[in-house]
Design a protein around this ligand. Structure first.
Ligand SMILES: [Cu+2]
Length: 461
């Protein structure tokens, strides 16, 4: 079993902030993460055993066991999150990252969570979907006073229901969620639960969105619908890690939507079932096969399937504007416009001018267009055959026969077996087959007589 010390080695980037020994005794140490890479699953060092989840571009918060209670320490604070290589956002989050760390417990665990507020304004944490005493529900002003800057509050409850949950502030929500404050919560079942299947790989992430003007770093918090960065765990493609899977693994993917719109999540290559929501496991009689499942605002879904087909399978939101990054929005449609000669004339007036879009938008992915600082191209991402022309909510599930059990490393691109890949063919198309003409009336010399009767006004005249 991996000890907590091993986990620190494993993660590499975890650093305990220096706190006085007195404070150490009272509060669990603050564990912080300084990089956005997917961390290996945290094997529980104590307490009831469970199969740990893997948080896409995230990590699980270690706990301290004190008198049989699992103690966690979350710190709400400003963070710098790399959205994808080439762009960093100034967000608010927890313990060094946005989203905050995933919290993993087991059904029946007593959980104590210290929340320290290092934000410039008050906050709270609401434990979305949990059964708990009303005073632990975290709704500022309603069930508790707000946690003022500099203060620490403690929440304590028994994780009663196994399943897929999340946490987020219930204080100045519009601002704090637009700034990236949220985290995943998984309560594993205690022993065998008939509706919760053991799986080989269990991934989770939150669906979120930001409105960050090209060239800037702080989200516009008043944006209602017109976001320009569509992210999973505050990462946009090509910054989202792939989901690496061994052939024939049973896989679960847990997702929660904290954006302002729905996301139809589409997985290529397999069929899946929705096996649970934040309301609990779905009865087996109520499950049906899907390749896309829509996740509405504030909802969570867990999907399950057997990864029985090798390859690099796309996994993305099916709203095509959500697989694009910031520069793609607000550009006029130019398909069919003849630019010939025009670009030269305009570039005399505007030196950086580039004409684009007259053949569609794919050129934009190939062009090395000059971008404002700290901005992602609209669609990008190198694949083995060129630009993937994607951004935002897009990743790849890599299913490989050679992938080892519990190995989450990236196996690289899939090599298509000979004869199993779409290919160019040469030669002109054959002449179209037409119906024989001999049966047509005019060929037999029979003109058709048509009598035209002019309308004579309304009936009864
Ligand atoms: Cu979407």
């Amino acid at each position: 079993m991996t000890s907590r010390r091993d986990f620190f080695k494993l993660g590499g980037a975890l650093a305990a902030a220096s706190v006085s020994p007195v404070a150490m005794a009272a509060l669990p140490e603050i564990v912080s993460m300084d990089k956005p890479d997917t961390q290996p699953p945290l094997t529980p060092p104590n307490g009831r055993p469970y199969n740990a989840v893997v948080t896409l571009n995230g990590w699980t918060l270690p706990w301290r066991m004190k008198g049989g209670v699992k103690e966690f320490h979350l710190v709400a604070e400003p963070v710098v999150r790399e959205i994808a290589p080439g762009m960093k956002a100034h967000l608010w989050g927890y313990n060094g990252q946005s989203p905050g760390p995933t919290i993993e417990v087991v059904e029946g665990d007593r959980v104590r969570i210290y929340v320290t507020n290092r934000l410039p304004e008050h906050t709270t944490i609401h434990w979305h979907g949990q059964r708990l005493p009303n005073g632990m529900d975290g709704v500022g002003g309603l069930t508790q006073p707000q946690i003022a800057p500099g203060k620490t509050y403690v929440y304590e409850f028994v994780a009663r229901r196994p399943g897929t949950f999340m946490y987020h502030p219930h204080a100045d929500e519009m601002t704090q969620m637009a700034m990236g404050m949220m985290g995943f919560w998984v309560t594993h079942p205690k022993g065998r639960q008939p509706l919760i299947e053991p799986v080989d790989r269990d991934f989770c992430f939150l669906i979120n969105a930001y409105d960050i003007d090209p060239g800037s770093a702080t989200p516009s918090v008043n944006t209602m619908l017109d976001f320009n960065l569509w992210t999973w765990n505050s990462r946009a493609f090509p910054g989202i890690d792939s989901l690496n899977v061994r052939l024939n693994d049973r896989v679960r993917i847990r997702m929660g939507n904290l954006t302002m719109t729905n996301h139809p999540m589409h997985l290529h290559g397999v069929e899946f079932e929705v096996t649970g929501t934040d309301g609990g496991p779905v009865p087996k009689s109520a499950r049906w096969p899907e390749v896309t499942t829509d996740i509405a605002v504030g909802q969570m879904r867990q999907i399950e399937f057997v990864a029985d087909a090798e390859g690099d399978w796309a996994f993305h939101c099916h709203k095509s504007h959500h697989t694009m990054n910031a520069m793609g929005h607000g550009v006029p449609t130019m398909i069919g416009v003849d630019y010939s000669g025009l670009a030269g004339k305009i570039s005399k007036l505007i030196p950086d001018y580039m004409a684009m879009g007259e053949r569609g938008m794919a050129d934009m992915a190939e062009m090395e267009m000059p971008l404002p600082d700290n901005t992602l191209p609209m669609m990008t991402g190198r694949g083995p055959y060129g630009s993937v022309e994607m951004g935002g909510m897009f990743s790849v599930m890599k299913v490989r026969r050679e992938q080892k059990r519990d190995d989450y490393s990236d196996p690289g691109w899939y090599t298509q077996p000979p004869g199993t890949q779409a290919r160019e063919v040469a030669g002109a198309p054959a002449d179209p087959i037409r119906a024989p003409l001999t049966t047509r009336a005019h060929d037999a010399g029979n003109e058709i007589e048509v009598t035209v009767r002019k309308p004579t006004g309304h009936a009864g005249h």
